[in-house]
Design a protein around this ligand. Sequence first.
Ligand SMILES: C[S@@+](CC[C@H](N)C(=O)[O-])C[C@H]1O[C@@H](n2cnc3c(N)ncnc32)[C@H](O)[C@@H]1O
Length: 284
Amino acid sequence: MVNTDLYQKVIDANISFHGTLADDYKMCEPHFRPENVQKVEAKLLKLVKETNAKRLLDLGCGTGFIIDIAKKYVQEIHGIDVTQAMLDKVDKSGSAKIQTFKHDTGSFSVESGTYDIATAYSFLHHLYDIEPTLKTAYKALRKGGKFYVDLEPNFYLWEIINNLERNGGYDPIVMREIEMVKYKDEDFKKNFGLPKEIVDYAEYGKNVLGGFKEEEMKKLLLKIGFSKIDFFYYWYIGQGAIINDSTKDKDERFKNAEIVDELLQKALPLSKNLYKYIGFIATK
Ligand SMILES: C[S@@+](CC[C@H](N)C(=O)[O-])C[C@H]1O[C@@H](n2cnc3c(N)ncnc32)[C@H](O)[C@@H]1O
């Protein structure tokens, strides 16, 4: 049963958190880096072609990360988000018809069966309960439509990191992840004056629930009615260190990172603890 007080508390924390970050959001968040935009664009373009997409619904659209990419390929885009300060940053220029709605995605009264693609990028872990929002995506899509979810915390890595000591004397690649996973709230406090409690509620799926398990997410998606759910794991521990190795030239660094990734991808599910993020594509 959904705890409605907590459901609303998490929404309020998100409005406070993202309202504070909105001005700096595009500059601070690594997913806006060109190499990531390129990867997301390739995934999205494939879905656009597969569904011959004309209409896309972006859940938790924020400042328009997905909208900026999708508007090159899709005629009509609707974005939903609870934080007005984030929605104010959405660039609606160009030929695509873009509309935004300030609303909770879980209770939004979405037009049924009219979208070819629904997206939720770096969003689900900001919810107290993901089920109502997954249902919104399902209802929105036409039969055969695709739901693309990305940049979500992988429970299996979060669990291990959460059990490590801050000063455990591990290699810097592990120490760095301990800081990023367990103590990120200290940065938000220092740089934006945000109290830990607001950060934890706003990042409920990460900081309180500790990320998502593929198996549980899949079960829920199947219960809602989705089929053909393909999960992907990416960004392994140490990938950043390989990519930023100043002793090698750029091509070599990226090539090395790719070689390690190929090996770890082959080793799945054994290597799933090493990947920081998960995502999936589900079909209605
Ligand atoms: C990390 S941001 C991601 C924004 C965008 N998708 C991106 O990738 O840059 C999460 C967004 O979810 C929004 N959000 C949080 N809870 C929400 C809810 N219940 N309904 C709609 N939007 C919500 C926040 O306001 C914020 O803009």
